[in-house]
Design a protein around this ligand. Structure first.
Ligand code: OXD
Ligand code: MN
Length: 581
């Protein structure tokens, strides 16, 4: 169909990598960075309008529209292919087709899945080599089976007018054309490991989630693991590489994953998680020694930078770098830039692609074929108001409800306006490959299928004062919140009930070495029932869009919440009224 000039079957060797890099340097797909300072590092500049996921051009193509749900764009599979076939027709003429077998998950794991991506982008091949296990490992895992995801990708002409990312869950396939951007083009990631995997997971009794996985060893030497769902560009990579503050000695944090978790019931009645990826595709701006030294250090070698600024000495720069803005540089589009230029030097969604093995805090369990047992699940989002720093669900069903009602202020990781509040259940709105009503039901079933499900918490690092200042320092200090969460999982940790869930008492958050006033911490933990009344209406409207697919237990949770809010408001409302008569 695509009529390439040449076909290369990728085996994943170092020699193959060097050949492809050399070709990229000739074609301009890569620019060599200063190899003394940054050995093995290269920069890629994308087409200016191809810098983020394009959700409006992303489709789930199932025979029945209802199976894709109101949360997905839908086309019938035949219609989708009829639309795409002419676009793919001859799309690789004059180009090389790369055939890339890849494995998601560790070799030898019952969790792991094989895909094969056909692509005409060398940048995609090099990125897939970092983000997945490419070559023999995949073929060995597959053996004689034909259970692999068929991934077809072409850059096409890179025009958004002819860009589509179409998923065919019923035939375990994805066709993507017109974009070279990570989430649209590295088909092992969002397309396979989330959208298609979520569909498979529903069928097979597991969960594919947009979650980081973090290991925490407490000062007593006990090992814990938490998984956390946060929308794109809300700090999953920073949390996954959390650096315990000096004032909390004895804690060790290790990184299992920063974006995707596959969770399965274990034989011990717990939920076990692994990271199917082999690398990190992280947001560059804001990454510094100060905010995330682990990430900063891990991107000093063998890293592909996309859409960052270039300094005269051949090193990259971005907003939020430790170094001050350079007097002169080239911006992410290669145009001359200086500090008085009106535009940003690096694109807000500029990215690094780097092997997980370079992460100094990588968990020794990273490659464990069984994954790690999860103690707590976090749902987090960017919310300036209303949502407290942390609260705890009373049950798995309540926790599922907290996930289902998650909303967040939008970021640059997807095209569209930034900073607008949108619903993003379980941070999976752009990634759930089927009807989200059925997905909530599946969550409920998964909780019921394990004897000791993780405890579920909602967190919000982003609450601000009225004049827009963050109330919580975030980063390493998030360990103070995680410490309380782990205490709650162990059956202690002080909390008070509120209308929305259990909230820590002021003295329950470890503040040793942190300067934060009682007033600020109270503001962070405050639950104002009146503010939640408004949230209720929005939740109802949202739930209604799923019709019959929404499990009744979600409506029950919603009603319970409405009652608790009403109860919390009533005495307050009555205060000051003349009740004597
Ligand atoms: C990502 C995203 O790139 O969520 O991980 O957009
Ligand atoms: Mn993501």
């Amino acid at each position: 169909m695509t009529i390439p000039d040449r076909i290369v079957y990728c085996e994943g060797s170092e020699a193959e990598k060097h050949t492809i890099i050399k070709e990229c340097l000739v074609t301009g797909e890569l620019i060599e960075l200063n190899q003394k300072a940054l050995p093995g590092c290269y920069m890629h500049r994308s087409a200016p309008h191809d810098v983020a996921r394009t959700e409006h051009l992303t489709f789930v193509c199932t025979a029945r529209k209802d199976d894709a749900g109101p949360n997905n764009n839908w086309q019938a599979p035949d219609a989708a292919k009829a639309r795409l076939t002419p676009l793919f027709g001859g799309s690789m003429q004059g180009r090389t087709m790369y055939v890339v077998p890849f494995l998601m998950g560790p070799a030898g794991s019952r969790f792991s899945k094989v895909g094969v991506e056909i692509t005409d982008s060398r940048y995609v091949v090099l990125s897939m080599r970092i983000m997945t296990r490419v070559g023999q490992a995949a073929l060995d895992h597959l053996g004689t089976s034909d259970a692999f995801t068929r991934c077809l990708h072409s850059l096409g002409d890179l025009s958004p007018a002819r860009r589509f990312i179409m998923h065919f869950p019923e035939e375990n396939a994805v066709w993507s054309i017109g974009s070279g951007y990570g989430g649209n083009a590295l088909l092992g990631k969002k397309c396979m490991a989330l959208r298609l995997a979520s569909w498979l997971a529903k069928k097979e009794g597991w969960l594919a989630e947009h979650m980081l996985i973090l290991g925490l060893q407490d000062p007593q030497g006990k090992q814990h693991y938490v998984a956390g769902a946060f929308p794109s560009a809300c700090g999953k990579t920073n949390l996954a590489m959390l650096m315990p503050p000096a004032s909390m000695p004895g804690w060790t944090a290790t990184t299992v994953g920063d974006d995707i978790a596959w969770l399965r019931p274990g034989n011990d009645g717990r939920l076990w998680a692994l990271n199917p990826e082999a690398g990190f595709f992280g947001v560059v701006p804001g990454t510094s020694q100060r905010t995330n030294a682990t990430a900063f250090n891990m991107i000093q070698r063998n890293t592909i930078y996309t859409n960052v600024a270039l300094r005269p000495d051949g090193t990259p720069w971005w907003e939020g770098h430790d170094d001050p803005a350079p007097a002169h540089a080239l911006d992410w589009q290669g145009r001359p830039w200086n500090p008085s230029s009106p535009n940003k030097a690096a694109h807000p969604n500029s990215r690094f692609t780097t092997p997980a093995t370079q992460c100094a805090t990588l968990s020794p369990e990273f490659d464990n074929p069984e994954g790690v047992p999860i103690d707590a699940i976090l749902f987090g989002a960017r919310r300036q108001r209303r949502v407290p720093l942390v609260y705890e669900a009373g049950s798995w069903a309540h926790g599922t409800f907290l996930g289902a009602t998650l909303s967040s202020e939008t970021t640059a990781a997807a095209t569209g306006k930034v900073g607008v509040l949108r619903r993003d259940p379980m941070a999976m709105l752009p990634f759930c490959g089927y009807n989200m009503g059925d997905y909530f039901a599946h969550w409920l079933e998964m909780g019921a299928s394990v004897a000791k499900p993780p405890q579920i918490f909602r967190v919000n690092w982003f609450r601000t004062t009225d004049d827009g200042k963050f109330l919580w320092p975030g980063f390493g200090d998030n360990l103070r919140v995680l410490k309380w969460i782990l205490e709650r999982c162990e059956g202690h940790g002080k909390a008070v009930p509120s209308a929305i869930g259990a909230v820590p008492t002021l003295d329950a958050i470890d503040r040793k070495g942190l300067e934060i006033s009682d007033d600020d911490l109270s503001a962070l933990l405050k639950v104002d029932p009146a503010e939640w009344v408004e949230a209720l209406a929005g939740q109802e409207d949202f739930f209604r869009t799923f019709g019959e697919h929404l499990p009744p237990a979600m409506w029950d949770e919603q009603k319970h919440l409405a009652h608790r809010i009403e109860d919390a408001i009533t005495p307050h409302d009555l205060q000051g009224r003349d009740l004597g008569t």
